[in-house]
Design a protein around this ligand. Structure first.
Ligand code: ADP
Ligand code: MG
Length: 622
């Protein structure tokens, strides 16, 4: 073989500057591309061996070695794959790789202007080496018998040089990058290791990283273990994976020391190819925002995290790995959005997740109940984001009730049938509403706890989807329940008198009054706030006062005529001398009821404290 200089004939004068500029923010991917090429070369050789078309020395130890040398300023990628003959270098590098890169640029020129809009950057392949190199050298020896090793060198323009190579004496290819001055970071051992682990952590050929600058004696201390896991769990048959394996994979990949709650192993061959594992993470505490991480792979090569176009947004709350060999990942996101396959894949994943949840609900209800606190946010968010998910999952939505049991909406409605129809009472703050919970228990009523940040939205959503039900907070309209149905009319006059007494004493602190005979004597009065007005007020708070209108909460004071203090007040009603103390006590009763419902504002609290002191003073003076 003689030395030869030549020109690569491509049409675009200089694609190099375009690619370099456009890919600037994502330079790392050249490592993925060169390692993937090494992997492809190994797979090709394996295939030829299995066809009997290539010789194998039985102890094939396929591997890719990446070595870094700060001293030489080089990064090399060496594989023992199929290699290339001189002819193949001309064909695949001069023509395929360069024209591939050229096609790519022409096709996506417009997209590039929009910025970093392309997900995979697949297709650029070999050429991406020039993003970080002032010179690229290939040394390769083909598997074919009697081949000679070839060297190819280029500085990234259209010129190249071919000559015999003395570097390769065994089958395979070594790519040497002479890293340019602006890309020195790629000579850092740890930086390179991080990138390999990120993008190539699950490639099928063992990858080793060497620090060439280290002296021989140091090298022996280098662990000779591959950086990647060549057999990712998602490729195994679900029936052959153990729980331990699933957990181990989870800990390792997501750096979460806790065990996941459960997982879904996706394994589809038809009509598209999809494999993966989705984990439901355990939350560390109830206030933690779920932060998921779904890694997308293309044939074991990592592409990116959390691609909304492929994986429905609500599923990004989970953790997992999805491998889609069929996805056109070398195209822009806007293309993915309109791709039919992509939406089919996305729908399929949603269906699988719903199936799994439904199956745990049906077959292992106890476990499902146990998980509920951890998965409810995910499920509710999923329902709000994707009604088709709600339709699939609706019968597996459960609620924790005041007894601490987990029940379905139907269970609740069935149990409450005789007491109140189509109404679901709920608590959103078990501490603040403890007074009401007590009352509910006394009346043998049930309520569900809906205390997550999205429950307000979820409640409205359920009302709209289910149709004829209303959610009422436990401190809202309870008149149906508290009404003493039998002697309602008889005591009307007596009740009006009590209302009169309070109205006179307290002014306009509340809007409505009612008198009921509560089961518990101990509570003189309580406050109810109409569900509608409270929701409006909350909404206004959420969206700020800019709406202009203000929605005051409509409060009703429920006075308990079974309470001894109230009884006493009524009996003293016409006592002129006690008028003053009656007023004090009435106000005190109302404030206590308000406190049990919601806190007082500063002014109200001040008044309440002063009044309490005044009452104590009068008591000691008695
Ligand atoms: P692609 O991998 O998509 O084909 P690339 O630009 O990455 O495109 O590579 C172009 C071609 O160069 C490959 O198809 C392959 O034939 C050849 N090639 C690149 N790297 C190697 C290698 N390490 N060993 C053997 N052939 C290689
Ligand atoms: Mg390639």
């Amino acid at each position: 073989m003689s030395n030869e200089k030549g020109n690569i004939s491509i049409n675009t004068e200089n694609i190099f500057p375009i690619i370099k500029k456009w890919l600037y923010s994502d330079k790392d991917i050249f490592i993925r591309e060169l390692i993937s090429n090494g992997c492809d070369a190994v797979s090709k050789h394996k295939r030829l061996v299995s066809f009997g078309e290539a010789k194998s020395n039985n102890e094939e130890n396929y591997k890719i070695i990446v070595s870094v040398s700060k001293e030489k300023g080089t990064l090399t990628f060496s594989d023992n794959g199929i290699g290339m003959t001189e002819e193949e270098v001309r064909k695949y590098i001069n023509q395929v790789a360069f024209s591939g890169a050229q096609d790519f640029v022409e096709k996506y020129k417009d997209k590039m202007a929009e910025g970093n809009d392309i997900i995979g950057h697949f297709g650029l392949g070999f050429y991406s080496a020039f993003m970080v190199s002032k010179r690229v050298q290939i040394d390769t020896l083909s598997y074919k018998e009697d081949s000679e090793a070839v060297r190819w060198i280029s500085d990234g323009g259209t010129e190249y040089e071919i000559s015999p190579s003395d570097l390769r004496t065994t089958r395979g290819t070594t790519i040497t990058l002479y890293i340019d001055d602006e890309s020195k970071e790629f000579l850092d051992f740890y930086k390179v290791r991080g990138i390999i682990e990120k993008y190539c952590g699950f490639l099928p050929v063992e990858i080793f990283l060497k620090d060439e600058d280290k002296k021989e004696e140091d090298k022996s201390s280098e662990k000779d273990t591959p950086l990647n896991d060549t057999n990712p769990l998602w490729l195994k048959k679900p029936s052959e994976c153990t729980d331990e394996e699933y957990k181990k994979f989870y800990h390792k990949v997501f750096h979460d020391f806790q065990d996941p709650l459960f997982w879904i192993h996706l394994n589809v061959d038809y009509p598209f190819n999809l494999k993966g594992i989705l984990y439901f993470p355990k939350l560390k505490n109830e206030f933690e925002l779920i932060e998921g991480e779904v890694k997308l792979f293309n044939n074991q090569v990592f592409v990116a995290n959390n691609i909304k176009e492929v994986i429905p947004e609500f599923l990004l709350l989970l953790k997992g790995a999805i491998d889609c060999p069929d996805l056109p990942l070398n195209v822009s996101r806007s293309f993915l959005q309109n791709d039919k396959d992509v939406s089919r894949i996305s729908k399929h994943i949603v269906k699988k997740v719903a199936d799994k949840l439904n199956s745990i609900f049906k077959n292992d209800r106890e476990k499902y109940n146990e998980f509920w606190d951890d998965i409810q946010l995910f499920i509710k968010y999923g329902c709000l984001r994707d009604e088709s998910f709600y339709d699939k999952i609706k019968d597996s939505i459960i609620f924790k009730n005041i007894e601490g049991n987990y029940i379905t909406l139907n269970d609740y409605l069935e149990n409450a049938k005789d007491k109140h129809e189509n109404k679901v009472f709920y608590i959103n703050d078990t501490e603040k509403q403890s007074q009401y919970i007590k009352l509910f228990k006394e009346y043998g009523l049930d309520a569900v706890i809906l205390s997550t940040p999205i429950d307000n939205n979820f409640i409205s959503f359920l009302e709209y989807k289910v149709g004829n039900i209303k959610f009422n907070r436990v401190d809202s309209d309870l008149s149906d329940i508290l009404k003493d149905k039998e002697n309602k009319e008889e005591n009307k006059e007596e009740k009006d008198k009590i209302i009169e007494l309070f109205k006179e004493a307290i002014g306009d602190k509340v809007k409505e009054y009612s008198v009921e005979s509560l089961k518990s004597e101990g509570t003189p009065a309580m406050i109810l706030v109409s569900e509608y007005s409270r929701r409006m007020a909350e909404m206004q708070k959420q969206f700020g006062g800019a709406v202009g209108m203000s929605f005051p909460e409509e409060k009703t004071l429920v006075i308990n005529d079974n309470n001894p203090i109230v009884k006493k007040l009524v009996s003293l009603k016409d006592d002129e001398i006690k008028k003053d103390i009656i007023k004090l006590i009435c106000n005190q009763i109302v404030d206590l009821a308000l406190i049990s419902n919601k806190s007082l504002n500063a002014e109200e609290l001040d008044e309440f404290i002063q009044r309490s002191n005044e009452i104590m003073k009068r008591v000691v003076e008695l």
